[in-house]
Design a protein around this ligand. Sequence first.
Ligand code: FAD
Length: 624
Amino acid sequence: MTDSFYRYDVIVIGGGHAGTEAALAAARSGARTLLLTHNVETIGAMSCNPAIGGIGKGHLVKEIDALGGAMAHAADRAGIQWRTLNASKGPAVRATRCQADRNLYRMAIRQIVEAQSNLTVFQAAVDDLLIDGDAVRGAVTQTGLSFHAPAVVLTAGTFLAGKIHVGQTQYAAGRMGDPPATTLAARLRERPFVIDRLKTGTPPRIDGRSLDYTVMDEQPGDDPRPVMSFLGDAAEHPAQVSCWITHTSERTHEIIRSALHRSPLYSGQIEGIGPRYCPSIEDKVVRFAEKASHQIFVEPEGLDVVEIYPNGISTSLPFDVQLALVRSIAGFENAHITRPGYAIEYDYFDPRGLANTLQTKTVSGLFFAGQINGTTGYEEAAAQGLLAGINAARHVRGESGWCPRRDEAYLGVLVDDLITHGTTEPYRMFTSRAEYRLQLREDNADVRLTGIGRELGLVDERRWRAFQTKQEAVARESARLGALWATPGNALGREVEAALGVAVSRETTVLDLIKRPELDYATLMQVPSLGPAVADAKVAEQVEIGVKYAGYLGRQREEIERQQRHENTAIANDFDYAAVRGLSAEVQQKLERVRPQTLGQAQRIPGMTPAAISLLLVHLERAR
Ligand code: FAD
């Protein structure tokens, strides 16, 4: 019998954003979990911009939080500039973003990991997986140690056969300063996975003391400051500092254009495709040749460090070109670069080889999460990690898998997009990817997922109580305002007209008054006999959104129910598509390639026709 030091329920490989959430989720739900990672010091390290949240991404962070995850808590402990993006737009697209202190963030994640019961950390490079037949059994380290578990979550990020490019110079690395996972990548290529290359890049870092801020525009944070976690408090935030905005010049673009032949991107040296929405500066200058200037956000890397992150000039040009282009930017004339920018190419797995639990279809008990599934971004990685961790623990206990639907969470959208469509470029989340945006708001992530999280054993007593208290307060306040009637002649009607200068022309509840475009909860509370307002702004927000958008929400819910009727009709993994009469060879091939788990997923395969879906449905119903 092997020593228990070497035996676990779940092994997670990689201590990045996917790996830490995976390990925490598995351990939280009761599985004895081991986190194996290259270096304990880099647990929770942010490879690129130290920022958490933003449009689509903030939504994911709030969902991770509602399921008891770590990312939002760490952001609250590390955020040094806080903003609500799209604040003047509708609630569906409002998003929280914070610039984080890189070191504080890493430390916060490490502390959360170290405080988690059932979770052990061991520093090691994993060189191979133990696979017996078609089931995973554990992992083997570079030093020859074997760790055993019936479930393994792989979250190796940009490290698998990672190759860094700075100009024509290239070398193997996981990211700058970290070793690559070369042996593991080679072993995985011997297995039946579909593997390809992607690339991403990062800008040079600069000593902030060498910059002239007087020629830049200041971008202060918001007041009041938003918070990331449902349980968070702005008082936890270490600071609220400004970022700055400057621009590239014609000179910058000239420098870049004249050096394109030395760019690994344009010389054919880089094969992998990069993130479309986070292009390098050389890519932007080529693709948007008509633009004379591009915006650069000058963002602090931390409170106690001098480095800044120039957001918008990611590059893999040779270093001498980097130095020249940086110094052609307004305020950067005397800039001292502390770290060069670079691009990195790495192996990723075609996510169509995964079930919606993120378990691989070919190796039982093996789960993939994060950058290795073709995504980009800390939030996308963390969300997948959480899901894979939950499902790895459930797999070990012999329980069925769980994944939220597209109308329940951005996490559901992310996974469904990946496993159905695959990806040929790094996938990042946007609100436009969700068809039911109004249901999937940041502000209701708790309502959507805390109950499920509680059932899955992920939500602790403190969060559950706080959630229930809030829900009760929303119901109480809605009921109170719904029972107050204002009529053209009654005292309340007259008071509303006098205080707010609006006409009460027919009998209405105060709750319904919130529906009027010119009124909101806070305005109504100025009417003396209607107050006092609820103390918790989050409660007021829910009361208001619940009424203002009731019509849209109701219609969207009806559409979801219509869709749902066949959405969940299951299709077995070994389903014989050849037996469905009338399916074209092309459609049959597409279905065999993806092997959708449900009719809903089949419907979303590109090129799938309604006729093919009907044939499939008839066949499935007959077979029941
Ligand atoms: P990572 O954060 O990469 O973590 C992987 C972890 O696994 C590390 O701890 C590593 O040490 C460990 N590991 C790997 N292999 C092994 C092994 N064999 N044994 C043990 N441990 C192992 N995102 C954006 O959204 N926009 C960007 O512009 C952007 N630019 C980037 C630029 C660069 C240069 C890099 C490197 C990343 C960039 N990212 C960007 C991506 C962002 O960093 C990732 O999306 C995110 O970190 C992915 O999280 P992850 O947990 O999947 O992997």
